[in-house]
Design a protein around this ligand. Sequence first.
Ligand code: GLY
Length: 288
Amino acid sequence: MPAALILHGGAGAADPDSRGQRERGLISAFAAGWNVLSHNGRALDAVISAVAVLEDDPVFNAGLGSCLTQDGTVELDASVMDGAAFRVGAVGAVAGVRNPIRLARAVLEDGRHALMVGPGAWRFARERAVPTLSAQSLVTARQYQRWRTGRGVATPGTVGAVAQDTAGNLAAATSTGGLVHKRSGRVGDSAIIGAGTYADNGLGGCSATGDGEPILRTTLARTAVELLGGGREPGWAAQTALRLLGQRTGGEAGLILIDGLGRIGYAYTTPTMSVALSVERQVQLRVA
Ligand code: GLY
């Protein structure tokens, strides 16, 4: 079957100043993920490749360029789910790891645990040769300035990917620095399977973006995937899940989805969400 891929670069307010940089970042990440899929590679490898490129790009709030906690540190959340085998891997509040999505993948491959946090997750990275670095090396001047002036709690730029490979397998991945001035030790939806990330070959795959607490309270990614039951259309499932989120919590968010037939959908109730998606093997961008 034809492969399908959709990425997001976060939901939130429009930011015309960084638009060009976010477009270039999404195009590079899409190319990395599509390169895997177009060579009959696995959806799991495609979402990891795409998200790792976004983590390396300082314009996004993930990996390098993540926002800072109230203590001025970087603490990262990431998760990945393989919808073929129902395998998962996630990390929360981890410092000093350049690509937390690769660490989440290592947790998935290891298989003993589903979620690892804090210093234990960092030690696991060392054990599994996932690159580590000094905690401060992920701090960029832009995020330091944002932290110092205390502007805004919501920091758009969480990143995520959903893919279906030519064998029909689905995978989803999400990565973030979370919210600026969050308490040290806070873990958001991007680390939690079912909230920020979910994939089930029988139904679909999803990655969420937005303020994590309402997303956690409604297990939004799984809610959206379950709405795909009965062959319902992904755009409708994404809109319906976001309507439920709004009704129950007053929260706003964005979702990307692919169903078991390879149909792509997305929706957001925030002012905007950056996305890149495959349309007949070509990348299509929506960035504001
Ligand atoms: N959705 C990202 C966060 O709240 O941490």
